[in-house]
Design a protein around this ligand. Structure first.
Ligand code: PLP
Length: 367
């Protein structure tokens, strides 16, 4: 089956096969990796290796910590303000670009003042573009500016420029991005952000692990109420082992990082992802049955929502897709229609199979 689910999502087959082979006896220990002490040398090596491979893949500068945590990206929506609003600045600025940035803004409001500085909502809950930075009403006293660079539900993707980062940092603030659904899809200039975070269950590994990439000078701004297990300083000082980490998930994430590295790293991944996305969007744009409403510049390379012009065909489309081995295509309930999530583990062959099915379906139902 080709799995187009938005998350938890497909994992690379070689990674699953390696996990299966190692499940009962991890590296000759006679134990499964999830049965052993997280503080023992065998697991410590797994964690350090995962972290170091991620640093190489994303070229993460040495003045950033990589933390593996828990609580999902929604948990991080609270953990971020608790860690960043404990100093003199207690305001967070938020750019609203879809469902996930809305959730982030609401959650941050529990821990400080969370201001909306730009909003792409068309008034009916539809998002088809990313607000232009020139329109952002930046506060002069914000601790940070929160963005979501890939909106998983609405299929809107965008990256900040170096100029924008410079402008924000000149005001004493910095960018914080939720990158749950497109981290590792292409190379990234980490230095443009103070913090990057997300859940693992799209491009990294199983749900239950989160990643936080945080600039060292931001580790000591936590509010007093921040739980010790969620205080980045504690997690950083204890190499992501302040408390028992999600060991199986970190092990799996490490295998995914190694799979990426062995397959040409993120430059290669970007080429494949661009080709997959182009094939799918071209198919949609050249059809009379399918439609994607996002402006071309902001279309996500990872999450492709699309609609059938005749919505009465939705269930027939989904049933036929499943019968053809194409799973997870139902759109999010907030927007309806279909959504194909084409993360790193979804191959070009999978997208070709989807496109062939879509075209055959259109021919069959042409009026
Ligand atoms: N942020 C983004 C961009 C997401 O796509 C998701 C999940 O799909 C979340 C946050 C929520 O993640 P979790 O369910 O791990 O808390």
């Amino acid at each position: 089956v080709y799995n187009f689910s938005a998350g938890p999502a497909a994992l690379p087959l070689p990674v699953l096969q390696k996990m299966q082979a190692e499940l009962l006896d991890f590296k000759g220990t006679g134990m499964s990796v999830m049965e052993m002490s997280h503080r023992g040398t065998v697991f410590t090596e797994v964690l350090v290796r995962a972290r170091d491979t991620l640093r190489r893949l994303l070229n993460i500068p040495s003045n950033y910590h990589i933390l593996f945590m828990q609580g999902g990206a929604i948990g991080e929506n609270a953990i971020v303000p608790m860690n960043l609003l404990g100093g003199e600045r207690t305001v967070s600025d938020h750019v609203i670009s879809g469902a996930w940035s809305i959730k982030t803004q609401k959650e941050a409001g529990k821990y400080g003042e969370s201001r909306i500085i730009a909003n792409a909502d068309d008034g009916q809950g539809r998002f088809t573009y990313y607000p232009e930075p020139s329109s952002w009403q930046l506060s002069d006293n914000s601790a940070y500016v929160a963005i979501c660079t890939n909106e998983t539900i609405h299929g809107v993707e965008w990256y900040p420029s170096a100029e924008l980062t410079a402008r924000i940092e000149a005001s004493g603030s910095f960018l914080v991005s939720d990158m749950s659904s497109h981290i590792l899809s292409r190379p990234l200039d980490v230095s443009r952000y103070g913090v990057i975070y997300g859940g693992a269950q799209k491009n990294i590994g199983p749900s239950g692990v989160t990643f936080v990439i945080v600039r060292d000078d931001l580790l000591d701004r936590a509010q007093a109420i921040c739980p010790s297990a969620f205080t980045w300083r504690n997690v950083a000082d204890n190499d992501s082992m302040f408390n028992t980490p999600p060991t199986l998930g970190i092990y799996c994430a490490g295998l995914v990082f190694e799979w990426l590295e062995a397959n040409g790293g993120l430059t290669e991944m970007a080429k494949i992802n661009d080709a997959k996305a182009k094939l799918l969007y071209d198919t949609i744009d050249n059809s009379r049955l399918y439609r994607n409403d996002v402006q071309p510049t902001y279309r996500s390379c990872m999450n492709v929502p699309f609609f059938l012009n005749d919505e009465s065909l939705n269930q027939t489309f989904l049933d036929g897709a499943l019968a053809a081995g194409l799973a997870g295509l139902k759109g999010h309930k907030m927007v309806g229609g279909m959504r194909a999530s084409i993360y790193n583990a979804v191959s070009m062959e999978a997208v070709q199979a989807l496109v062939a099915y879509m075209q055959a379906f259109e021919r069959q139902h042409a009026q």
